[in-house]
Ligand binder design. Structure first.
Ligand SMILES: Cc1cc2nc3c(=O)[nH]c(=O)nc-3n(C[C@H](O)[C@H](O)[C@H](O)COP(=O)(O)OP(=O)(O)OC[C@H]3O[C@@H](n4cnc5c(N)ncnc54)[C@H](O)[C@@H]3O)c2cc1C
Length: 459
């Protein structure tokens, strides 16, 4: 049995795990991070790959809510990579067969718009905003105005925050306003600009790894945790797989590493790979299962270009109904390349749990075929609305995967699980959509890590 005197074991080297590791090791805790992927996969779903000289992301297209991640970097004494996003969110929307500027949709209704948007953000407290967690954006806005421009704007704003969701009915007003207020309070501006860092989203992981190791933390990669060890309601450590499989079905040996605190920083849908439902209280286990079913998948199409005539760089585009796919999606340009003459145009489409194919059924051939069709139709939309992009691209990348847990009324705030696992002393769960995350995505991972660090340091 190996103990080595670790104070905290963190399972998973994604943004949640790395943020927490950096924060705890800065405060002198002996931290061990265990990541099943190789060193290049530190950062998890936010890690970036490379095509030629360009960094490409696993679909991450905007690090929303700059604020919580900045806070972590401030505490660990590191600098965030440079923001290379040059446009604001005021792009164009394709509706009823034509492109319309988002600003123009709102301009005529600015008074009404300010009443709903600015007043809610600036005059409501966080508690009041959390009081509307279970109210949809659509419901919230239509109760306050019958101005169609304003209603339309919030519909697209729902898209901005929820991506391309066609259903503002399914997006929580509390969640939206919490994100906006948080950004306004921490950075002094409304989310008018996205935050894309030089080197891709994965560039945020580097300084977190560095800070952890500089402060005596340990990060083991290619190390898969097979289970969290819990005895009589108390965490004892983890079992990790040792050696590699000689045949795919081999049951490999495990080694136990002990620690009084174990943090699961794996995505919520992976939790039952390392924990038994019986270890948790029935309510808690049931709630986790439920969240799993609210997963939102993202399909992205990215094209690499050197011809700057192909994209007009006037900001992002939203499509209400793709001419071939019939689905809503967003598009924008990215300039990630070390080679300044190269840029990327990326298109992303969200698929809810109600949609097929479901990412969790992807091992079935029929679902793989459905996914191929989806991408072919998606590319058909791009060909129709942006001539030249598909035909003249230097490279193309298709990606599909679980992006987040949907911020649907009934699935935010107090209805979510706490980071301290009910029923087990010393076990923390920091996967997204735990109650402390408040906001989604990479900044949610930073926020939940800040909350977990506070609780663990207070033990
Ligand atoms: C296609 C796509 C687009 C996205 N777009 C955006 C965006 O625009 N903006 C935004 O803010 N967010 C976006 N997100 C969401 C963002 O990537 C995630 O919210 C965030 O990266 C989650 O971090 P995490 O640490 O909680 O989880 P993960 O990144 O999933 O990290 C979990 C880690 O645990 C490891 N692990 C799992 N099981 C084990 C085990 N048994 N043993 C050891 N290690 C294990 C995994 O390998 C992984 O590295 C997107 C995600 C996807 C997939």
């Amino acid at each position: 049995m190996a103990s080595n005197g670790y104070d905290v074991i963190i399972v998973g080297g994604g943004m949640g795990g790395l943020n927490l590791a950096a924060l705890l090791s800065k405060e002198g805790r002996r931290v061990l991070v265990l990541e099943k992927g190789g060193r290049e996969s530190l950062g998890g779903r936010a890690a970036s790959g490379k095509v030629g000289s360009s960094a490409v992301d696993n679909g991450i297209k905007g690090l929303i809510l700059a604020g919580t991640q900045d806070e972590v970097f401030r505490r660990i004494g590191k600098k965030l990579p440079e923001n290379v996003c040059r446009w604001t969110n005021s792009g164009q929307v394709h509706m009823n067969g034509e492109w319309r500027k988002l600003d123009e949709i709102v301009r005529g209704s600015i008074g009404e718009f300010a009443k709903v948007y600015m007043n809610t953000t600036s005059e409501w407290s966080y508690d009041e905003i959390e009081g509307i967690n279970d109210v949809s954006i659509e419901e919230f806005v239509t109760q306050r105005t019958d101005d169609q421009g304003v209603i339309d704007f919030f519909r697209y704003l729902g898209w901005l925050f929820g991506g391309t969701l066609s259903m503002p009915l399914d997006y929580s007003a509390g969640s939206l306003f919490y994100s906006v207020k948080k950004q306004f309070d921490t950075l002094g501006r409304y989310p008018s600009q996205s935050y894309w860092v030089k080197g891709g989203s994965g560039a945020i992981a580097g300084p977190l790894v560095e800070a952890t190791e500089e402060n005596g933390g340990e990060i083991r990669t290619s190390c898969s945790v097979s289970r969290v060890v819990i005895e009589r309601g108390t965490v004892r450590g983890v079992d990790v797989e040792v050696g590699s499989r000689r045949v795919p079905t081999e049951l490999v040996d495990t080694e136990r590493i002990e620690a009084p605190v174990v943090v699961s920083a794996v995505a919520i849908w992976d939790i039952f790979n390392i924990l038994s439902e019986d270890d948790l209280s029935p309510w808690y286990a049931d709630r986790l299962r439920h969240l799993h079913r609210k997963t939102l998948n993202l399909a992205t199409l990215t094209y690499g270009h050197t011809d700057r005539e192909l994209w007009d760089f006037s900001g992002p585009r939203w499509t209400q109904e793709g001419p071939v796919s019939g689905r809503p999606w967003c598009a924008s340009d990215l300039e990630y390349g070390e080679d300044e003459s190269e840029y990327q145009v990326t298109f992303w489409m969200q698929l809810g749990w109600w949609d097929k194919p479901n990412v969790f059924e992807m091992r079935e051939a029929s679902h793989k075929a459905a996914l191929e069709r989806l991408f072919d139709d998606f590319e058909g939309d791009v060909r129709a609305l942006f001539p030249g992009i598909v035909e003249d691209s230097k490279w193309r990348l298709r990606s599909f995967g679980p992006a987040t847990i949907m911020e649907t009324p009934g699935y935010v705030g107090s209805s979510l699980v706490d980071i301290e696992a009910q029923g087990v002393d010393g076990l923390y769960l920091i996967g997204e959509r735990t109650r402390a995350a408040k906001v989604m995505g990479v900044y949610g991972a930073a926020q939940v890590a800040l909350a977990a660090a506070e609780r663990i340091l207070a033990r």
